[in-house]
Design a protein around this ligand. Structure first.
Ligand SMILES: [Zn+2]
Length: 570
C-alpha cells in the first residue's frame, strides 16, 4: 500500500497519468506471462512501468524485453531500491552527510529486499555497514554482497560506535484484534470466514534425510511437504548419514542454503554415532541450535547411559527423546505380535518391548530432578500407564502419538503391504483405544508425524526386508480432524493444541505454537469441513510411501504462513 500510493502520488504530482494493474482479477491470473503483460502495457502507451513482483528478478526480465524504463518497486526478497532511497533521505535529514557514517542493519537480512538495496546504496555513498543476526538470518556469505560489509552475531558489538540503526520487520505477531479493529496497515488481507486460524503447527518428529540420503527426501522437499500439511516448524531426527552428533552438522542443518521453507529445529544424537556407547557434547550441540537429543531409530538401552543423558539434560534444560524399544525382544521382527502376524507367519514385536523401556525411563526421570524425558511415537496402552505414573508424580515426562497409531491397526497390514510397516508397528485395537482416550484426556502432549520417507526400491521388497516408516506430513491434519474430531468427538480446540502449544512446550520452542502478540508470525489456516482425497502422486515429498493414498479425509490446510510470509496456499 505504501509503495503503491507513494509512486502514484509522485507520478501524479509530476503530471504523469497512472494506471494500476494488479495480478488478481487480471489476465495475469489467467496465465498471461509477465513479458506479455509488459508488451501489452507498452502497446497501450505506457512510458514507464513501476513493478512490484513476488518473484526475484521479474523486473529485470521485463527490462530485458521492453525499451521503456522499468522501475523495481520490490521483487521477492531481492531488492527494494526506492525504499532504500527513502531510508537514505531519512538518514540525511539527521546527519549532515554520509561521509564516515557507520550503519547497522539488524534482523532477517536473508529474506529482506530492503536490506539488500540498503547495502548497495549506502556503501556506494561510503557508509560502513554491519549486519547483525543469527546465521539463519545473516549467513556468513552475506558479506559477499558488496565490499566492506561486516557480520556480527552480537547486538552489543553491532551497536558499538554506530551512527544509524535499521531494524527490519521481525516476522512476529504485531497485534490480535477483533474484525475491523486492527490499528496497523496490512500488506495483504485474508478472508478466513468459516476457516480456523491457528498458530503454526509444530512437528516434533520428522526425518528429512539430509545429510546423506537425499534420494529419499531433502530439507527443501520435506519442508515443502510440511508447509502443505500446515507445519511451520519441524524437528529433525539425527539418524542421517552421517549421524548428526556434532555441532557442525547441527549448524549445517540450519543454514539457509538447505532451502527450508519452514523452521527447522535439529534434534541431535544423544550418543556418538547413535551407537549407545558414549554421550555426545550436549552443551555444544545445544549452543549450535539443537532443541533435544535422541538416538531415534534406536533406543538408548543402557541404564547408565540413559541416566547420564537425563542428568546432563537436566543441567542444560535439554529434553532426552526416547525411541522406546527393547531391541533384545524385537530382533528381526517386522510387525506387532498378534493374530495378524501369526496368520502372516511374521516374527513380531510384543507391546511389552515398548512399555518396559518407558517404564524404566519414567522411573529414572522421577529420580533425577529437573530431568526431561520425552517418549517418541508412543503406541501401547502399557507405555501410556507408565507416562501417567510419571505425570502424576510431577516428573517432566511428555509423549507424542502419530496419526497412523490413532487411525490404523496391525490387521491393516493385510497381505504384507509394506506401506503399513513402521516402527513402532501398528498395534492392537485395545492399544488404539487407550491412545484415543489419552489424546482426549491430556496425557498425550503432541501429535507428531514420524514422517519417514523411503524410496520405492526400499519398500517394494519382501515385507521382512522392507524399510520401516511412512510419510505423514500432508495427511496429519486430515487424519486428526476425520478420526479424532468427527469420529471420536475430540474438540477441535484440543486437536489444535496437540499440533501447536502442546509440542512447543515439550521442547521449549518459545514464541511458537501461539498467536499471542510478540510470538513468531507462524500461522496455519485450515478448513475443518473440507472433504478431500489424498493422492500420493501429488505429494510435495520426494517419497510416496504412505498407507493413506486415495484416502477420503475431512479437514484441509488452506494457507501456511511462516514469519509473516505465505509459504503454502491452496
Ligand atoms: Zn523412532
Amino acid at each position: 500500500t505504501r509503495t503503491r500510493s507513494s509512486f502514484e502520488f509522485a507520478a501524479k504530482s509530476l503530471g504523469a497519468m497512472t494506471t494500476l494493474v494488479q495480478s488478481t482479477g487480471s489476465s495475469i491470473e489467467k496465465g498471461e506471462s509477465v513479458i506479455d503483460t509488459g508488451y501489452t502495457l507498452r502497446a497501450v502507451g505506457a512510458d514507464c512501468i513501476v513493478m512490484r513482483h513476488p518473484s526475484a528478478g521479474a523486473p529485470h526480465l521485463m527490462a530485458t524485453h521492453l525499451d521503456i524504463p522499468i522501475i523495481n518497486a520490490g521483487d521477492g526478497m531481492h531488492e527494494h531500491p526506492s525504499q532504500a532511497l527513502l531510508d537514505a533521505v531519512t538518514i540525511l535529514k539527521h546527519k549532515k552527510s554520509f561521509k564516515g557514517l557507520q550503519a547497522t542493519i539488524i534482523g532477517d537480512i536473508f529474506h529482506s529486499r530492503v536490506a539488500r538495496s540498503a547495502c548497495h546504496l549506502l556503501t556506494r555513498f561510503g557508509v560502513k555497514i554491519t549486519l547483525c543476526g543469527p546465521p539463519e538470518f545473516v549467513p556468513d556469505i552475506a558479506t559477499t554482497l558488496v565490499p566492506g560489509l561486516r557480520v556480527t552475531r552480537h547486538m552489543e558489538d553491532a551497536l558499538r560506535g554506530t551512527d544509524v540503526v535499521m531494524l527490519l520487520r521481525d516476522g512476529r505477531v504485531a497485534e490480535v484484534a477483533a474484525p475491523n479493529k486492527t490499528r496497523g496497515a496490512a500488506d495483504e488481507k485474508f478472508d478466513a470466514r468459516g476457516l480456523i486460524v491457528a498458530p503454526g503447527f509444530v512437528d516434533l518428529h520428522v526425518h528429512l534425510r539430509e545429510p546423506g540420503q537425499s534420494y529419499k527426501e531433502t530439507i527443501a522437499t520435506g519442508t515443502a511437504a510440511a508447509a502443505a500439511g500446515g507445519f511451520t516448524s519441524v524437528c529433525t531426527m539425527p539418524n542421517t548419514q552421517p549421524v548428526v552428533d556434532t555441532a557442525e552438522w547441527v549448524s549445517w542443518l540450519r543454514q539457509p542454503e538447505r532451502g527450508a521453507v519452514v523452521n527447522v529445529f535439529p534434534i541431535a544424537a544423544a550418543t556418538r554415532g547413535s551407537k549407545g556407547g558414549t554421550l555426545t557434547d550436549f552443551s555444544a550441540l545445544q549452543r549450535a541450535g539443537a532443541v533435544a537429543v535422541t538416538d531415534d531409530g534406536k533406543p538408548i538401552l543402557d541404564d547408565d547411559i540413559m541416566r547420564m543423558a537425563l542428568r546432563l539434560g537436566a543441567e542444560l534444560k535439554l529434553p532426552v527423546v526416547q525411541h522406546a524399544e527393547d531391541t533384545r525382544l524385537t530382533e528381526n521382527c517386522s510387525m506387532h505380535a498378534g493374530p495378524t502376524s501369526f496368520r502372516l507367519g511374521l516374527r513380531a514385536m510384543p507391546g511389552l518391548a515398548e512399555a518396559t523401556v518407558v517404564d524404566r525411563d519414567v522411573t529414572l526421570a522421577q529420580q533425577i530432578r529437573e530431568s526431561r524425558l520425552h517418549v517418541a511415537h508412543l503406541s501401547t496402552s502399557d507405555a501410556l500407564k507408565a507416562v501417567r505414573r510419571g505425570k502424576r508424580a510431577k516428573a517432566r515426562v511428555t509423549c507424542e502419538v502419530t496419526p497412523h497409531h490413532f487411525t490404523l491397526l496391525d490387521e491393516n497390514v493385510g497381505e504384507y503391504d509394506t506401506n503399513f510397516k513402521m516402527n513402532p508397528p501398528l498395534r492392537s485395537a485395545s492399544d488404539r483405544e487407550a491412545i484415543l482416550v489419552a489424546l482426549a484426556d491430556g496425557t498425550v502432549d503432541a501429535i507428531a508425524t514420524d514422517h519417514a520417507p523411503h524410496a520405492l526400491h526400499e519398500k517394494q521388497v519382501e515385507f521382512e526386508r522392507a524399510s520401516f516408516g511412512i510419510t505423514g506430513l500432508e495427511t496429519a491434519l486430515g487424519l486428526a480432524v476425520t478420526h479424532l474430531h468427527r469420529a471420536h468427538k475430540i474438540p477441535l480446540t484440543r486437536i489444535v493444541e496437540l499440533f501447536t502449544s502442546g509440542p512447543a512446550r515439550v521442547f521449549d520452542l518459545n514464541g511458537r505454537g501461539s498467536l499471542a502478540r510478540g510470538s513468531f508470525a507462524d500461522v496455519t489456516i485450515f478448513d475443518p469441513k473440507k472433504r478431500w482425497t489424498f493422492e500420493a502422486a501429488n505429494t510435495h515429498s520426494l517419497s510416496r510411501n504412505t498407507p493413506f493414498d486415495g484416502c477420503q479425509l475431512t479437514g484441509k490446510v488452506v494457507t501456511t504462513i511462516v514469519a509473516g510470509r505465505i509459504v503454502y496456499r491452496t
